[in-house]
Design a protein around this ligand. Structure first.
Ligand SMILES: Cc1cc2nc3c(=O)[nH]c(=O)nc-3n(C[C@H](O)[C@H](O)[C@H](O)COP(=O)(O)OP(=O)(O)OC[C@H]3O[C@@H](n4cnc5c(N)ncnc54)[C@H](O)[C@@H]3O)c2cc1C
Length: 457
């Protein structure tokens, strides 16, 4: 049976991998961008939410806490980093404390374990850099952080290892004409339009922009710090990233439906982030800022995921937050639906494991020395900020990176404080050797994004 999965974001990737568990199934993944995980999955907070702030009875609540739990096994099988940092929702007055109590109630209904309201003293003990104005906080131990694009990359690598075919830079214009026995529409911001192309009616999507500031201020917080949520969402957070930087954001701005690629940041948005983040953690130091960026949430009027299943197709629409967290649970559910309706049987030779790219900087001396003896390229550091070696860059290219951002998002080279000022040229030399491309041909990310006009020889 032939199954098409449209979209290699975290949702489509996980569904594709789950479908490769079955016998006699050919899974093909279609992604319009030149790499996987470059849509909504690329620019978000990277938080694996505990699941206490989704109103019980919503589709979000059904998937969030379960998705959170599934991440532990996924990270062990696929070798992407996951840190269970825990989170604090910070209350500044009695009204806020009432909201914390409501969240505890939601959490209980949603099956979230370990929630506890902490006193001012206990809150400051957990996060010494919190504002002294804090009066209480909600502690959620199951909250975690990941690099969201790394989840998609590792999942797709494993799906391909199990037989899936990946078609990058391939846009599907309409679902109706696809010659497949079953179609999964997991196309993020465009899922409403593709559903419509197959005659499936869903509430239309519009982008809700979230701007961020990334800082080189590691360890300022160790947990994910939230304000109390409001109707506009979870609010502006202060959190550590999985790569040991500090992230502030996101804002929440509804944009018109045709602004699905408008990811520019604004002075107003950035000012709002600083003002709100400093209410939580006053000692944020903007001179340590590395870069700003924005992501777009696929939002609908219902403020909830919409999953429409029939015997030929599943459309997954409005994958807003907490879609990253919920994705493994959505994927489990969708694959079981397809297996049930198409009477699929599990295969015995599915291999759930994928080895991460070796990371000498994080190894013990003995392990690192043994690796360098075997492969000397893992001893040559080419990115000084994040201590990335030539061996890691070569491995990233061999695993599918074809652009500078493809290397960056697989290795963290060009991702540190200097943002590639030092290492970009060295990486281009390695790409030239591995791929046989000239400097003038190499792209940063999208088609036409060459970084070099010409080379003086
Ligand atoms: C600002 C912000 C903060 C967030 N924070 C969190 C968080 O902390 N925790 C959390 O759980 N969730 C969070 N989310 C939500 C989470 O990022 C999304 O739910 C998730 O990434 C959605 O994944 P997806 O696979 O549905 O979409 P995408 O990642 O967009 O994947 C869809 C893919 O389909 C491709 N595509 C589209 N149309 C076509 C076509 N016609 N043909 C071929 N390919 C196509 C796109 O290029 C894209 O790569 C946040 C979102 C944003 C924007």
């Amino acid at each position: 049976m032939k199954i098409a999965v449209i979209g290699a974001g975290v949702v489509g990737s996980l569904i594709a991998r789950n479908l490769t568990r079955y016998k006699d199934v050919d899974v093909e993944i279609f992604e319009k961008l030149p790499d996987v995980g470059w849509g909504v999955t690329k620019a978000n907070s990277g938080v694996i939410h505990a699941g206490y702030d989704d109103e019980p009875e919503t589709v979000r609540a059904k998937y969030c806490a379960h998705g959170n739990a599934l991440y532990t096994k996924l990270s062990e099988e696929l070798g992407f980093p996951l840190k269970r940092t825990g989170s604090l929702v910070v209350a500044f007055n009695q009204e806020d404390i009432k909201i914390l109590e409501e969240l505890v109630d939601y959490g209980k209904k949603n099956g979230v374990e370990g929630l506890k309201i902490l006193s001012k003293y206990e809150s400051l003990e957990k996060e010494p850099n919190l504002s002294r104005e804090v009066v209480a906080s909600l502690w959620a131990p199951s909250t975690g952080i990941v690099g969201p694009w790394e989840v998609a990359q590792s999942v797709v690598e494993n799906a391909v290892k199990n037989g899936a075919k990946l078609h990058l830079s391939t846009e599907i214009k309409s679902l109706r004409a696809l010659p497949f026995d079953f179609v999964i529409n997991a196309s993020g911001l465009w899922a409403d339009e593709l559903a419509k192309s197959a005659g499936v009616k869903v509430t239309p999507l519009h982008p809700r922009k979230g701007e961020y500031i990334l800082l080189d201020q590691p360890q300022l917080v160790k947990t994910v710090v939230f304000p109390v949520p409001s109707k506009a969402g979870k609010g502006i957070l202060v959190l550590p990233t999985i790569h040991d930087t500090l992230l502030l954001g996101p804002t929440s701005e509804d944009l018109p439906p045709d602004y699905k690629e408008r990811t520019e940041t604004t002075i107003e948005g950035l000012a709002k982030i600083v003002e709100n983040a400093r209410k939580l953690v006053p000692s944020i130091n903007l001179s340590k800022s590395i870069r700003t960026f924005a992501g777009l949430r696929p939002e609908n009027e219902l403020k909830d995921f919409v999953i429409v299943k029939d015997d030929k197709m599943v459309n997954i629409v409005a994958t807003r937050s907490p879609g990253l967290t919920s994705a493994p649970a959505i994927a489990e559910d969708v694959a079981l639906w397809v297996a049930d309706i198409k009477k699929l049987k599990l295969r015995s030779d599915f291999d759930p494991y994928r080895k991460p790219i070796p990371r000498p900087y994080e190894m013990e001396d003995d392990e690192r020395n043994a690796l360098i003896k075997k492969e000397p390229a893992f001893g040559r550091v080419i990115c000084r900020c994040n201590k990335v070696t030539e061996g890691e860059v070569v491995e990233a290219i061999r695993r599918g990176a074809r652009t500078l951002d493809g290397v960056k998002l697989r290795t963290t080279a060009m991702f540190g404080r200097c943002q590639g000022s030092f290492c970009t040229v060295n990486i281009m030399k390695i790409m030239k050797k591995e791929l046989g491309e000239e400097f003038e041909e190499m792209e940063k990310n999208l088609l036409g994004s060459q970084v070099v006009d010409g080379v003086s020889r």
